[in-house]
Design a binder for this molecule. Structure first.
Ligand code: ZN
Length: 346
């Protein structure tokens, strides 16, 4: 029964000195803190949806430390802070083997039936009762990516909240069941991708951003000017089917990715860009799904003389050289530029 929600109206200040790995021993499981501030409604921040992505926890505890006066927290706005997969954080993994991915089980998910699904429903119901100023879910990733924010609806306030983090903004509607997609029903909502774990710049960027969000009195309701934002739309997710072995650099696996594959993230890749060397006779080795889950690998990739290459102009994100992430999540996403759609935002 580890995954039942704990709710606390106070945070012991000693918790701010606790590393992500130590939270489970102290909290005992996923915990939603409601911390009173001068303005209502509360800003909702979620961290550690993925247990090994510790940047969000390190950022918010730095922010909270800066608001300690005497023995009390003096916040400019109320904060509901959801500390997610503490058990996975203790093991420094994305999720435990017997758990689903905590950022795929929020209401709207395509799966159901686990304790984690019930937990996220509980968090949502609670926040719906309390009302939400805005919602920020903080992540790290493993490849070489710029810092960027994601939105799941094309709506002016969410786009403003995203552009406050940086120029690069990604709009996606798949995968389903992510926190920012569910929380978008309650108010402006973003996911932050703050680069690799352990990079100080990522924590500092998130710290500045979360502090700024707590100070915001309102979020603009007019369109974000096109010159303030580089908006991308995720059109497909790329996976390596489990039956295909792969390696990076040299090696004798049937699929051999370049060692610096992730250097292609957020780059415009021309037709013919090498994605992998493949054994002769290997059929299309990638599983590529569009937003409606249709297999579209043939549209994007082709094998020519043992080389897997792009056959339309592409821009990937989240390419990673971490085999565990590729197996647990995906190889990358494919994106298209989307600034033309800013005018359609609601
Ligand atoms: Zn994550």
């Amino acid at each position: 029964m580890n995954e039942l929600l704990r709710e606390l109206d106070e945070m012991p200040l000693s918790l701010l000195e606790t590393e992500a790995q130590g939270l489970h021993a102290t909290l005992g499981g996923p915990t939603l803190f409601h911390l009173q501030g001068r303005r209502e409604p509360a800003l909702f921040i979620s961290v550690l949806m993925h247990g090994n992505e510790t940047g969000g926890w390190d950022a918010i505890r730095t922010v909270l430390r800066s608001f300690v006066q005497g023995e009390r927290l003096e916040l400019p706005r109320s904060l509901s802070l959801f500390v997610g997969n503490t058990a996975a954080a203790e093991q420094n993994v994305r999720h435990l083997p017997d758990q689903p991915d905590f950022n795929r089980v929020w209401p709207g998910s395509e799966t159901r039936g686990t304790e984690a699904h019930a937990l996220m429903r509980q968090v949502m119901d609670r926040m719906a009762d309390l009302e939400v100023f805005a919602s920020v879910d903080v992540h790290n990733n493993t490849g070489l990516n710029p810092h960027y924010a994601c939105v799941n609806v094309l709506e002016h306030q969410s786009l403003h909240l995203a552009a406050l983090f940086g120029r690069t903004v990604v709009y996606f509607v798949r995968p389903r069941g992510v926190a920012s997609m569910a929380m978008a029903a309650l108010g402006p909502s973003v996911t932050l991708e703050c680069g690799k774990v352990g990079q100080r710049h990522g924590v500092e960027h998130a710290t500045d951003y979360l502090r700024a969000c707590l100070h915001l009195s309102e979020i603009p309701n007019h369109p974000v000017p096109s010159h303030d934002i580089e908006l991308y739309h995720t059109v497909a997710v790329v996976r390596v089917p489990p039956e295909h072995e792969f390696s990076f650099g040299t090696g004798d696996a049937p699929i051999r990715f370049p060692r610096d594959l992730d250097a292609m993230n957020f780059r415009d890749l021309p037709v013919g860009t090498l994605i992998a060397d493949c054994n002769a006779g290997l059929p299309q080795p990638l599983d590529v799904r569009d937003e409606r889950d249709r297999q579209v690998a043939e549209r994007y990739f082709v094998i020519e003389e043992g080389r897997l290459i792009t056959q339309v102009p592409l821009m990937p994100s989240m390419l990673t050289c971490d085999p565990t992430v590729i197996r647990q999540d995906c190889l990358c996403y494919l994106m298209e530029r989307y600034n033309d759609h800013l005018a359609d935002a609601g």
